[in-house]
Design a protein around this ligand. Structure first.
Ligand SMILES: NC(=O)c1ccc[n+]([C@@H]2O[C@H](COP(=O)([O-])OP(=O)(O)OC[C@H]3O[C@@H](n4cnc5c(N)ncnc54)[C@H](OP(=O)(O)O)[C@@H]3O)[C@@H](O)[C@H]2O)c1
Length: 243
């Protein structure tokens, strides 16, 4: 049996990915998020709010069960938030930095840490995929905390892969950019005001011109990728480069 622990499997990319994986009866999916939208015999929902770090710490053991029959164990840190769009120093409340970093960086780091600890002796093939963004590699005005959080997840992924290589564990770690995908997050981006984010019109045009990738199409590519990780040697990968 293959076990996929997917954060943010209730909506958008995470939900499409969970549904695509559940088409194969050899796959079990554990979805971790605040809400649940999937009903399937091979699906288990673990409710967690990543902005409540104390609750996450107390409930981590419920996510990573023994899964003794696992031949593959995969952690997909997909849940993410954009946070308030706006220039630093202009009406961005201080606590929003903490919120974005908790959901996008701190909890994914805690999940990676716990996954590697709990399954250290497990003979299954182990893979960690952290869903990142091109926004972690270039600055976008109005998105300071989001861009910084995705840059952090890219570096975290690279460091953890280096450590796993040094230990010779065989664990594979990736930071995966999904491209521009038609989800609630893009809706939030389009609703922004140009005074807080100068390129908002470009994102409105992507939608108007049907240039957004659909979550189902991205999910299919991600499943192909998960089934062929031996072909991917670099930590930073992009769905746009995947067949
Ligand atoms: N869409 C894009 O164009 C795009 C581009 C680049 C990167 N990404 C990345 O792709 C990933 C998925 O994004 P998406 O577009 O699919 O977003 P989405 O449709 O807004 O879904 C976000 C998911 O994250 C979960 N989540 C949000 N806040 C949470 C919290 N406090 N605790 C636990 N879970 C929480 C949500 O579940 P609940 O609401 O049930 O908690 C939901 O399932 C994110 O990491 C995002 O940064 C997206």
């Amino acid at each position: 049996m293959n076990y996929y622990i997917i954060t943010g499997a209730s909506k958008g990319i995470g939900r499409a990915l969970a549904e695509e994986l559940l088409k194969d009866e050899n796959n079990q999916v554990v979805g971790v998020s605040r809400t649940c939208s999937i009903k399937h015999p091979n699906y288990r929902h673990q409710p967690l709010d990543f902005s409540d770090i104390e609750a996450v710490e107390h409930n981590l053991q419920k996510v990573f069960l023994a899964y003794k029959d696992a031949s593959q164990l995969v952690l997909i840190n997909n849940a993410g938030v954009l946070g308030d769009i706006g220039y630093v120093g202009e009406n961005v409340p201080n606590e929003r930095f903490e919120f974005v970093f908790d959901v996008n960086v701190i909890v994914p780091a805690m999940l990676m840490n716990t996954f590697l600890q709990v399954y250290q002796q497990h003979p299954a093939q182990k893979v960690i995929v952290n869903v990142s963004s091109g926004a972690g590699q270039y600055p976008i005005d109005g998105w300071a905390s989001y861009c910084a959080s995705k840059a952090a997840i890219d570096m975290l992924s690279q460091v953890v892969q280096l450590e796993q290589d040094k230990r010779g564990s065989g664990v594979k770690v990736y930071a995966l950019s999904p491209g521009i995908v038609d989800t609630n997050m893009q809706g939030q981006i389009r609703e922004s005001d140009a005074s807080r984010f100068s390129t908002v019109e470009k994102f409105r045009q992507y939608k108007a011109n049907n240039e957004l990738a659909q979550p189902e199409e991205v999910a299919r590519k991600m499943v192909n990728f998960l089934n062929s990780t031996n072909e991917y040697k670099e930590v930073l990968v992009s769905v746009r480069d995947m067949p």
